[in-house]
Design a protein around this ligand. Structure first.
Ligand SMILES: *Cc1c(COP(=O)(O)O)cnc(C)c1O
Length: 361
């Protein structure tokens, strides 16, 4: 047993079983006498690891056959550029939904390559952060795609619904929500997710892209920024981040062992509800700034009514083995990230601490 529960927003905690397996296989992967990170990426051993990871991810998310699954270097931030570079068409126009810091960064990057229409922005309702419903959006008719961030990791704001964009492809940055709940891949043209939240360790990014969106890009586009090149080479145009890919594979296998995404979703809902319910029952002490219709399943952000107590709360929590609860440097307050790997016992320990802290303050 490890001694702390790590509530970091990312890189996030991994299941102990995954770490133990990686440890056991570190020096001698599958009888090769070598570590997986020392094996050639084009050799049969690594090729099998890679193919199994993709097959497991396809199974977990029910990815249809007309979608490619790519394992790409760089983070989600790389995708902020790759999406416009590859998907913008002649009129160079895209719609973006701005719901927080990550979508704002995606917008800034897209502006370098085309015209961005911000079709909707985060707003407030009853004094709480709120995502406007689609009837209030201003989508363009000729956008190449609509980009949104289903879960804004920093403020803890999440869509409880999927935007309807008709024939215009929907692009989603699922970095902090992928595999937390079932999705219908067909509703999206492109999904991307950096690995370090629900998929494993940093260094690799998953892209799930509908075949018809894979096109030739402009001549000056760097080779590694072209989906077409990665798709044609099955993500092996150059040396991929092999160890990150291997860890992602271990995470997918673990997720399957847990009963798959639908099963994990039930667990995730329970974990989040326990925290939100407790906060709502003690509004004189703890407060969540997010409207109940758009609260995040993975990143529970809240503050102490008496802000002066925040530092004491965080220090005491740390002493109790509850670590990385400080809110993002921009948002402040407290944020408990409870990705798939956070066990129920971790949430119970946090609740127990929150109650004790409240009673002793
Ligand atoms: C963490 C995060 C990112 C940034 O990922 P990097 O791998 O650091 O580029 C982007 N979008 C969302 C929603 C995130 O949670």
């Amino acid at each position: 047993m490890r001694k702390v529960y790590n509530f970091s927003a990312g890189p996030a905690m991994l299941p102990e079983d995954v770490l133990l397996k990686a440890q056991a296989e570190m020096l001698d992967w599958n009888g090769t006498g070598m570590s997986i990170m020392e094996l050639g990426h084009r050799g049969p051993e690594f090729q099998e690891v890679a193919a199994q990871a993709e097959a497991d991810l396809r199974e977990l998310l029910f990815v249809p056959d007309d979608y490619q699954v790519l394992f790409l270097p760089g983070g989600a931030t790389t995708q902020f550029a790759m999406v416009p570079i590859n998907l913008l068409n002649e009129n160079k126009k895209a719609d973006y939904i701005e719901t927080g810091i990550w979508s704002a960064k995606a917008i800034e990057e897209a502006k370098r390559y085309g015209h961005v229409n911000i079709a909707a922005s985060l707003t407030e309702r009853d004094g709480l952060l709120y995502i406007p419903t689609q009837d209030e959006w201003h989508l363009s008719e000729d956008a190449a795609y609509v980009h949104y961030t289903p879960n804004e990791t920093i403020a803890g704001v999440e869509f409880q619904w999927v935007p309807e964009t008709g024939k215009i492809p929907l692009v989603a940055d699922m970095t902090s929500s992928i595999m937390s709940q079932p999705i219908d891949v067909k509703q999206y043209g492109l999904i991307y997710a950096g690995a370090q939240k629900n998929i494993g360790q940093a260094g690799i990014t998953i892209v799930i892209i509908r075949d018809e969106l894979i096109k030739s890009s402009l001549f000056l586009t760097p080779t590694l920024y072209q989906y077409k090149v990665h798709a044609e080479h099955h993500s092996f145009y150059n040396t991929p981040p092999t160890y990150s890919w291997y860890i992602a594979g271990l995470m997918f296998a673990w997720t399957k062992q847990q009963g798959g995404v639908a099963k994990i979703y039930q667990q995730n809902k329970k974990k989040a509800a326990m925290l939100y319910d407790y906060i709502d029952q003690h509004l004189d002490f703890y407060q969540c700034q997010v409207h109940p219709d758009c609260r995040s399943l993975m990143n529970i952000s809240f503050s102490l009514s008496n802000e002066k107590l925040t530092d004491a709360f965080l220090t005491e929590a740390e002493k109790n083995g509850l670590t990385n609860l400080r809110g993002h440097r921009i948002a402040g307050g407290v944020r408990a990230s409870i990705y798939n790997a956070m066990p129920m016992e971790g949430v119970e320990a946090l609740l127990h601490f929150m109650d004790a802290f409240r009673l002793s303050s």
